[in-house]
Design a protein around this ligand. Structure first.
Ligand code: NAD
Ligand code: DAU
Length: 356
C-alpha cells in the first residue's frame, strides 16, 4: 500500500479546494478521479497541475471496472469521496442523475473498496479509510427555535438530492457494519468560497450583482442556513481522516446561521465597498417563486467533532465572505470559463418566469 489517497469529484467546488489544501499541508500524493460533468472544472486545479504529487484521472465512479483498476494501480491508503450531483434545484428538474451518481456511484465505489481491502495485508487493511462526504440536508428541516442537528438526529430528507445523499450514507454505514470496511462519514452545512459554481446562492448573487442583474431570492428570503468557509471544511475532513473513529459520523458546520436575505444583503454591502456602483447592489434584490419543498432551516451542532477531534471553524461569515467576494473579483477568467452557453441555458430554465 502506498501513502497516496484517491479523491473522487476533485474538479468540483469542495474537491478542488481540498486538493489545494492537501498539496499545501500534506506530504502524500493525491489522485483525482472526476467525470468532469458541468460542475467539474480543471481550471480550478491549474495551480497544482504541475505538482508531482497530483494526478488527474478522467472517469466515472459508476464505472466499476475502472475504479477497480485505479485501486490496483495506486494502492491508496484512503478514498475521500466528494463526487456527486450536488444542486438541489437541478435534482427537482431531473432526479435520475442524482440516483445514478449519488446512490449507484457510491455503491460501486464501496464494492470496489471492499474488494480492494480484502486483498490487503491486515496492517494495511487496518490503516485504510473510506471517507464519505455528505450533507446536513439528510436531516430534513428544523423548527424555528429548535436545537441544531446532531449525529443522532433521525434522517428525514426532503429533496431528491438529499434523499440520494441519505441513501448513500446508509450504504456507507452498512458497509462498515456488515463488512467492517473502515468508513467515516461527514455531514456538513452550506459551504462557500473560491471555485464554487455560480448556480449556488453565494456565487450566483455575486456574479448577478456585478452584471447589474436581478438577485433572485426564493420565497420570503427567511430560510436559514449555517454557512462554512470551504477551507475550514477541508481542514475538518483532514482531521476526520487522521483522527476519526471508523464507523463514526461527524457533523461539520460554521456556527454562522443566517437567513438568505441577510446573506444577500451582506454580499451587497461588501460589493458596495469593493466595487461601488451608482446605487447599492441591494436594489437588485427580487423575491421570486419559492423552491418546491424548500427546507426552512438548517443548523449544525458541532460539539462532537470539536470535543473528539479538536476541530472548529476558523473563519467567521464576515471574514469568509469578504475573501470570497475578493476572489471572484480577482478571477474574471475563471468566471468567464464557467458562465458559458450551458450555464446560461440553466439560468434561463431555472429563473425565467420565476418572479412573484
Ligand atoms: P460540485 O457539484 O461542485 O462537484 C461535484 C464534482 O463531482 C464535479 O467535479 C463533478 O464533475 C464530479 N462528478 C459528478 N458525477 C461524477 C461521477 N459519476 N463520477 C466522477 N465524478 C463525478 O459539488 P460540491 O459542492 O463540491 O460538493 C462535493 C460533495 O460535498 C458532494 O458530495 C456534496 O453532496 C457534499 N456537500 C456539499 C456541500 C456544499 O455546500 N456545496 C455541503 C455539504 C456537503
Ligand atoms: O446544506 C448543505 C447543502 O448546501 C449541500 O449539501 C448542497 O450540495 C449545496 O448545494 C447546498 O444546498 P442549498 O440548497 O442549501 O444551497 P443553495 O446555494 O442552492 O441555496 C442556499 C439557499 O438559498 C437555499 O435556501 C435556497 C436559496 N436560494 C438559492 C438560489 C440558487 C435562493 O434564494 N435563490 C437562488 O437563486
Amino acid at each position: 500500500m502506498q501513502n497516496s489517497i484517491i479523491v473522487t469529484g476533485g474538479a468540483g467546488f469542495i474537491g478542488s479546494n481540498f486538493i489545494h489544501r492537501w498539496i499545501e499541508m500534506e506530504d502524500a500524493s493525491v489522485i483525482n478521479l472526476d467525470k468532469l460533468t458541468y460542475a467539474g472544472n480543471l481550471a480550478s486545479l491549474q495551480a497544482v497541475t504541475e505538482s508531482p504529487r497530483y494526478q488527474f484521472v478522467h472517469g466515472d465512479i459508476c464505472d466499476q471496472e475502472s475504479v477497480r483498476r485505479l485501486l490496483e494501480t495506486h494502492a491508496p491508503r484512503a478514498i475521500v469521496h466528494f463526487a456527486a450531483e450536488s444542486h438541489v434545484d437541478r435534482s427537482i428538474h431531473g432526479p435520475a442523475e442524482f440516483v445514478r451518481t449519488n446512490i449507484e456511484g457510491t455503491f460501486k465505489l464501496l464494492e470496489e473498496a471492499r474488494r480492494y481491502c480484502e486483498s490487503l495485508a491486515p496492517v494495511a487493511r487496518e490503516r485504510f479509510r473510506f471517507l464519505h462526504v455528505s450533507t446536513d440536508e439528510v436531516y430534513g428541516s428544523l423548527e424555528p427555535q429548535g436545537p441544531g442537528f446532531c449525529e443522532t438526529t433521525p434522517y428525514a430528507p426532503n429533496s431528491p438530492y438529499s434523499a440520494s445523499k441519505a441513501a448513500s450514507d446508509h450504504l456507507v454505514r452498512a458497509y462498515h457494519h456488515t463488512y467492517r470496511l473502515s468508513t467515516l462519514t461527514t455531514n456538513c452545512s452550506n459551504n462557500y468560497g473560491p471555485y464554487q459554481f455560480p448556480e449556488k446562492l453565494i456565487p450566483l448573487m455575486i456574479l448577478n450583482a456585478l452584471q447589474g442583474a436581478a438577485l433572485p431570492v426564493y420565497g420570503d428570503g427567511e430560510h436559514r442556513r449555517d454557512w462554512l468557509y470551504v477551507v475550514d471544511h477541508c481542514d475538518a475532513i483532514r482531521a476526520v481522516l487522521v483522527k476519526g473513529q471508523p464507523g463514526q459520523t461527524y457533523n461539520i458546520g460554521g456556527e454562522q446561521e443566517m437567513s438568505n436575505i441577510e446573506v444577500v444583503n451582506i454580499i451587497c454591502e461588501v460589493l458596495d465597498k469593493l466595487r461601488p456602483a451608482a446605487r447599492s447592489y441591494s436594489k437588485l434584490v427580487q423575491f421570486v417563486k419559492d423552491r418546491p419543498g424548500h427546507d426552512r432551516r438548517y443548523a449544525m451542532n458541532i460539539s462532537k467533532i470539536r470535543r473528539e477531534l479538536g476541530w472548529e471553524p476558523k473563519e467567521s461569515f464576515k471574514s469568509g465572505i469578504r475573501k470570497t467576494v475578493e476572489w471572484y473579483l480577482a478571477n474574471p477568467q475563471w468566471v468567464s470559463g464557467v458562465t458559458s452557453g450551458s450555464y446560461r441555458d440553466w439560468i434561463k430554465k431555472q429563473y425565467q418566469g420565476a418572479s412573484n
